[in-house]
Design a protein around this ligand. Structure first.
Ligand code: HEC
Length: 270
């Protein structure tokens, strides 16, 4: 073996050893970096696309941006959650199925209320504690993996969710389902709390849906909407509550009332 050949060989050995060491280090670093149960890197193109296509603004405070982006990608580009959980799915005049320029109904986005026979899709937006559909992450994972209805809404029919394609979604990894949960945590809540001017401690909560549900904690107002609060006197029964643009409209025996600046009950022009 010539001098040159020997040098070349030992160089090759050093390079080979180095490559193996670097390979080992890379493996070690990626194992250390990966959260439990998560072996794959989150693809940044999906994160960015997910953030770009969310039909509603996301609140990233205290959230993991990558997970929110991936979650939006799964919800809005794969999962079709909007098809069943937004009522109606598209803004007026913006239904792509009618050849109109698409615009998702941002105001009712994932707020549920779509009837399927005896079943009604649920409000997936965060509750007052920031929990999507009022579920913890563990409950959410269990729901999607097993179909268990944590609210047991129709025990006479089944303890399991019907219509909802959990047998399909349940095959996602916990990392991906966790991303869906993180996205749902970041979207606007569709439970409205309004105060009534001049009535201390008053609170009126409207949960979007079809029909919307209205709950009162208003001194002097009962659950049927009858009132003896002076500023509400004469309102009578609330016949219908609906969201119009960014306002809440109440149709009562006494006429039409809309919310303004977070307060409700200013009589609107008939
Ligand atoms: C084919 C229609 C359909 C699609 C698509 C759909 N859902 Fe549902 N979902 C429903 C219905 C209906 C219910 C309520 C079922 C019942 O009451 O048995 C429900 C219930 C749920 C619940 C239970 C909530 C609770 O209050 O406990 C969760 C969570 C949920 N869906 C999440 C999702 C997510 C996330 C997606 C998209 C990845 C999605 N759904 C897509 C129809 C659908």
């Amino acid at each position: 073996m010539s001098e040159m050949e020997r040098t070349r060989r030992s160089k090759r050995r050093v390079v080979g050893g180095l490559t193996a060491t670097i390979g080992g280090l890379v493996l070690l670093v990626s194992v250390l970096k990966a959260p439990v149960g998560n072996t794959a890197e989150i693809p940044s193109d999906q994160v960015e696309r997910g953030l770009a296509i969310s039909p509603v603004p996301v609140d990233l405070t205290g959230k993991d941006r990558d997970l929110v982006g991936l979650g939006s990608y799964i919800v809005n580009a794969h999962g079709a959650c909007n098809d069943c959980h937004t009522n109606p799915s598209f803004a007026e005049g913006h239904d792509p199925f009618l050849g109109q320029p698409e615009q998702i109904n941002r105001f009712g986005y994932l707020a549920g209320g779509v009837p399927f026979g005896p079943f009604v899709s649920r409000n997936l937006t965060p509750n007052a504690q920031g929990k999507p559909a009022g579920l913890t992450l563990d409950q959410f994972l269990e729901t999607i993996h097993t179909g268990k209805d944590q609210k047991n809404r129709h025990p006479q029919i089944s303890p399991l969710l019907q219509v909802m394609p959990w047998p399909v979604y349940g095959k996602m990894s916990d990392r991906d389902l966790g991303a869906v949960y993180e996205y749902l945590r970041s979207i606007p809540s569709h439970r409205f709390s309004l105060g009534v001017p001049g009535v201390p401690g008053s609170q009126l909560t409207l949960t979007q849906g079809n029909p919307p549900t209205l709950t009162f904690s208003l001194p002097g107002v009962n659950r049927d909407g009858e009132t003896n609060v002076p500023s509400l006197k004469g309102v009578g029964l609330i016949l219908k509550a609906q969201v119009v643009g960014s306002q809440i409209e109440l149709v009562t025996e006494a006429g039409r009332f809309v919310s303004r600046d977070g307060f409700i009950y200013q009589k609107a022009a008939p």
